[in-house]
Design a protein around this ligand. Structure first.
Ligand code: NAP
Length: 300
């Protein structure tokens, strides 16, 4: 049994990514338009609102302009399409993030298709997701990039190794599985993808040296299903009642940290693990888009 389960802090990983991002912005020739990220949302109290506040803070710290683009309360799919087309055509906007999931009558896939792949900064449009298959995506989902980044930073066993991804959504689990399985600069990993219909989760995870959990199911990962000595990158993020604050909530991941202590080799905490790295990865992707669209930096 491993003596102690290492907690893998995402903040130093995010700080290293942010530092490199700031250096790239500082290296642009004088007079270059500043990188600009637009956030399109319905302005309602959803988890996206929490991400948006974090993104606005991170953008300000990095030197990225953050443009808040709320939809009017009575707006429908046609207004959303018009707004995205306007942002796509606006040369002062380099990257656009669209709230998701969106409820009916909105259709996320139809809406995001109004953005060119360069501006679809979270890589969730069909063009970018499809291009992930052959390593030609302009952007990949920031959360998937972050999960790989944190695993690499802490040298978790995943490159060329058996790993598991729990979750198969088009925006988190599957893009992450593709990044992990890809040839370099992908991770050459041998990937098992598990989901809610997996008959034997313990059996599916048995060979994994690192488990990337993207289910959003608190307590899913326990000793009963995790092989001893495995590392866990916990991408799951759920709100549960906070026992210390009556009426309050707190964020938790998929892993039951108390149960896994002394069993798992390493675990990214929630909060403070994948989350901060995801925000940093989004800022880096914004600068990727800016360099391409402005013809500056390492990717003219
Ligand atoms: P989602 O669309 O709800 O997908 C969840 C996936 O988990 C589905 O594929 C589902 O299987 C699978 N699943 C559910 N219960 C399961 C179980 N008991 N056993 C095995 N698999 C199970 O969610 P998402 O958009 O992919 O997001 C996944 C998680 O990542 C959420 O908690 C979200 O909040 C979090 N997230 C975190 C960040 C961050 O920065 N940390 C960013 C984005 C998202 P089926 O396909 O069979 O339904």
């Amino acid at each position: 049994m491993p003596p102690e389960t290492r907690r893998l802090d995402g903040r130093p990983v995010a700080a290293a990514v942010d530092e490199a991002t700031r250096r790239r912005i500082a290296a642009a020739p004088p007079g270059t338009r500043p990188p600009t990220l637009a956030s399109v949302h319905r302005g309602l109290p959803t988890p996206f609102g929490f991400y948006r506040r974090q993104q606005a803070r991170a953008a300000a710290a990095a030197g990225i302009r953050f443009r808040d683009e709320p939809l009017p309360p009575d707006a429908g799919p046609a207004e959303l399409a018009a707004l995205l087309e306007r942002l796509d055509a606006d040369p002062s906007v380099h990257a656009v993030l669209l709230e998701h999931p969106l409820p009916p009558p909105f259709d996320f896939g139809t809406a995001i298709a109004h953005l060119r792949p360069d501006k679809d900064v979270d890589g969730v449009g069909a063009a970018n997701l499809g291009a992930l298959l052959d390593g030609r995506a302009r952007h990949a989902p920031a959360v998937a990039l972050a999960a790989v980044e944190i695993a690499r930073h802490y040298r978790l066993p995943f490159e060329g190794e058996p790993v598991a991804v729990v979750g198969r959504s088009a925006t988190v689990g599957l893009p992450l599985a593709l990044l992990l399985a890809a040839r370099p600069p992908g991770a050459d990993a041998t990937v098992t993808v598990a989901h809610s219909r997996t008959a034997d989760l313990q059996g599916a995870l048995a060979r994994a040296r690192t488990i990337f959990s993207c289910a959003g199911r608190p307590g899913l990962l326990r000793r009963a299903v995790v092989p001893e000595g495995a590392a866990i990158v916990d991408v799951g993020l759920s709100s549960v009642p906070d026992p210390d604050r009556p009426g309050g909530v707190r964020a938790v991941g998929d892993a039951d940290g108390a149960d896994l202590d002394g069993w798992a080799d390493a675990l990214t905490p929630v909060p403070g693990g994948v989350g901060p790295v995801t925000v940093a990865a989004l800022m880096r992707s914004t600068v990727d888009a800016w360099e391409r669209l402005e013809g500056v930096g390492r990717e003219p």
